[in-house]
Design a protein around this ligand. Structure first.
Ligand code: ATP
Length: 319
């Protein structure tokens, strides 16, 4: 291969820029050019791209978001748009593509690979919900943002003796809620992967009150219900009044953590290696500290699993 391309798609995540940089630098190391495609699959369809030289990815390793912009492009699910994009790539002598994004973006990469255009997927999402990889780029940074926010909420909760419900992102996955809850010492954590029991949450709050504790933090993953819904249930069931804090998009922004930068570098470089080896339809991931690649179809066949041992531990530590 003499020329490949890279795009970012779906929800942005901190560390995507570091991954773009790794793709460009690793390819350049092997004498291969990289085209940066703007606005995800939207730009792919239209051939909206420019050559990324070594200098063009300088000074972005520490920046959140994505230099290439991202988009949701529903029409890309249609074959005709995929073929149109492949045509644009062939016209520009692009021979392979690195897609940095979530599982939806992987479906696009898979479709292109099946049509004979080599693609590999790099996991870029704060949700940590891609089967086959233990971590995704952006998860660690998002987690740190959430923890920092909860620490601040706890300061005011303690001062005013309030209880707080904190709603965090994660789509259908509970990883952010679970890890943040454990790291910030939340009294209760609600995740989609485990059924919840309102009586248990109420009892935990009441037990705390009996010990003289006047505040508690309850974390709810957006995939379970909204923070205000949970607050309403607590009020109706046990007359427990809580303040609700929805952290929202701050979780997607910010300078990537050291872990995310290193992960992005390793995964981005591996993606280039896999493409240059002539392999296609692969997903890149990390498992047991090792960078791996596997059939991208596994992402769609398997279901993401949150680490339930952490859930059990969080319950034991927050009695
Ligand atoms: P995140 O979950 O972090 O937001 P994501 O990659 O899962 O990231 P999606 O919006 O699900 O985000 O998908 C991103 C884009 O991938 C879509 O807008 C669409 O262009 C493309 N895509 C999604 N599903 C398919 C599909 N079945 N076939 C082809 N392309 C798809």
């Amino acid at each position: 291969m003499k020329r490949i391309a890279v795009l970012t798609s779906g929800g942005d995540s901190p560390g995507m820029n570091a991954a773009i940089r790794a793709v460009v630098r690793k390819a350049s190391y092997h004498g291969v050019e990289v085209m940066g495609i703007f606005h995800g699959y939207e730009g792919f369809i239209e051939g909206r791209m420019e050559l990324l030289d070594l200098g063009s990815v300088g000074g972005i390793i520490q920046r959140g978001g994505t230099k290439l912009f991202s988009s949701r492009c529903p029409q890309f699910k249609e074959d005709r748009y995929q073929y149109q994009g492949i045509e644009k790539m062939r016209e520009a002598n692009v021979e392979g593509l690195v897609v940095i994004g979530g599982d939806g973006s992987y479906r696009g990469a898979h479709a292109l690979s099946q049509k004979g255009f080599p693609c590999v997927g790099v996991p870029g999402t704060i949700d940590n919900d891609i089967p086959g990889t233990e971590y995704t780029i952006g998860f660690d940074t998002a987690l740190n943002t959430v923890i920092e926010s909860i620490d601040k909420i706890r300061d005011t909760a303690t001062s005013h003796e309030n209880s707080f419900v904190v709603e965090v992102m994660g789509r259908d996955a509970g990883d952010i809620a679970l890890w943040a809850g454990l790291a910030a010492g939340a009294e209760s954590i609600l995740i989609p992967e485990e059924s919840y029991n309102i009586d248990d949450i109420v009892n935990r709050i009441k037990r705390g009150e009996a010990r003289g504790k006047k505040h508690s933090i309850i974390i709810v993953a957006e995939g379970v219900m909204s923070g205000s819904e949970l607050a309403k249930i607590l009020k109706e069931k046990a007359n427990i009044i809580t303040r609700v804090s929805v952290l929202g998009h701050i979780q997607r922004g910010g300078s990537p953590s050291a872990r995310d930068r290193v992960l992005a570098g390793r995964l981005g470089a591996k993606a280039v290696e896999v493409l240059l080896e002539g392999r296609s339809g692969r997903a890149i991931g990390i498992n047991n500290h090792q960078i791996i690649d596997y059939d991208i179809e596994e992402v769609f066949i398997n279901k993401h699993k949150a680490d339930v041992t952490l859930y059990t531990l969080s319950k034991e530590l927050s009695i």
